[in-house]
Design a protein around this ligand. Structure first.
Ligand SMILES: *[C@@H]1O[C@H](CO)[C@@H](O)[C@H](O)[C@H]1NC(C)=O
Length: 358
């Protein structure tokens, strides 16, 4: 099931940008009516010559980004794919939480400093990094191709027709695309930039070297290796763990550098003064609302399906749940037939569904 286009545009404004910049890049204030993102309904439509220029114009990008986009056939499509990837992963990782990553019409969260905001920034930049690296190796971009980092027999791998995911290109492009890191006076912007890099790092640490043996019956006379990104699900899982252990930060002025720094409370066992957050930690500034009732941050949990044993009490916020029965089909009376398949009948069984009360 594909999310409605409006969702995708909401997520696009998260593309790993410092908060203050995000509004400028995409012209979003979080209050506007979201218009559908053109082209989303025809994801498989081949891009004809010049079509990507049009796609770049439709994205709300800064002038410099628009130039980069126009110079880079395949980029606009990759941006769009990345939005889908990030959004679907967010919805999967939060499917059992009170906030289930439904952004439709509720972009208020993007302007705050919640843990959920931190996750959105990280998963968006991770999706973009991942999608670009894959787009290179899949031949969907004109300006990049397979990973060709030295020291990895990748030339040899190339000869064998194995194409490595080009993470080097994608991270380099991304940092250029997002612009130089300015020392920001704004704590929110610092935190967003930090969380953006947590996302990129998560993709990087999932890069694996995969090798394959060739030769008579696995003698491995010739071995080719290439770099391969782990499935995005694993990156999403890693980021969800970071969300669970996110660190609340405040700001402190670094006297020596004369600029604002993120400051985390001391961890147990370390000196009692504050510390800079570790590069892999997601950081947030504000405690989240409960997400129980509809607000500008979430639709609330009324109507959510829950599991009576596990999640109903917390998901329904103490309001209780309704129970409905429905008929579910399942395979039954299965028999092995000669030769060689299993034949089953369809049986119906009553099943109880629990949903949170209003
Ligand atoms: C999230 O929960 C709301 C109800 O609170 C529901 O309408 C929506 O479909 C859910 N979204 C996803 C992606 O599961």
């Amino acid at each position: 099931m594909r999310p409605p286009p409006a969702l995708a545009l909401a997520a696009l404004c998260l593309l790993a940008l410092p908060a203050a910049a995000a509004a400028a890049y995409f012209g979003l204030t979080g209050r506007e009516v979201l218009t559908p993102f053109p082209g989303l309904d025809t994801p498989e439509a081949p891009v004809q010559g010049g079509a990507h220029l049009k796609q770049c114009d439709l994205l709300k990008l800064s002038r410099r980004q628009k130039q980069l986009c126009r110079r880079e056939p395949g980029l606009a499509e990759s941006l769009r794919d990345a939005v889908h990837l990030g959004l679907l992963e967010c919805q999967f990782q939060f499917r059992l939480e009170r906030w289930n990553c439904s952004l439709e019409g509720r972009t208020g969260l993007l302007k705050r400093g919640f843990k959920e905001t931190a996750f959105l920034y990280a998963v968006s930049s991770a999706a973009l990094t991942h999608t670009l690296a894959r787009a290179c190796s899949a031949g969907r971009m004109e300006r990049c191709t397979c990973d060709d980092s030295p020291g990895l027999e990748s030339r040899q791998a190339w000869q064998w027709g194995v194409c490595g995911d080009n993470l080097k290109y994608s991270t380099k492009f991304l940092s250029n695309f997002l612009g130089p890191k300015r020392a920001s006076k704004d704590l929110r912007a610092r935190a967003d930039a930090h969380n953006t890099h947590v996302g990129i790092k998560a993709v990087k640490s999932g890069l694996r070297t995969t090798c394959k043996c060739h030769g008579v019956s696995g003698s491995c006379a010739v071995r080719t290796c290439w770099k391969q990104l782990s499935p995005f699900r694993e990156t999403g899982q890693a980021l969800k763990l970071r969300y669970d252990s996110a660190v609340k930060v405040s700001s402190a002025t670094n006297e020596a550098l004369g600029r604002l720094e993120l400051w985390a409370p001391a961890r147990p066992g370390s000196p009692p003064k504050g510390l800079a957050p570790r590069p892999g930690d997601l950081v947030y500034m504000e405690d989240s609302p409960s997400f129980c009732r509809p607000s500008k941050y979430s639709p609330g949990t009324a109507g959510r399906v829950c599991s009576r044993e596990a999640s109903c009490s917390s998901l329904c916020c103490g309001r209780g749940h309704d129970t409905q029965s429905r008929l579910a089909a399942f395979s039954c009376h299965c028999q092995v037939q000669w030769c060689c398949y299993v034949e089953c009948q369809q049986c119906l069984q009553e099943e109880l569904v629990y949903t949170c009360k209003h």
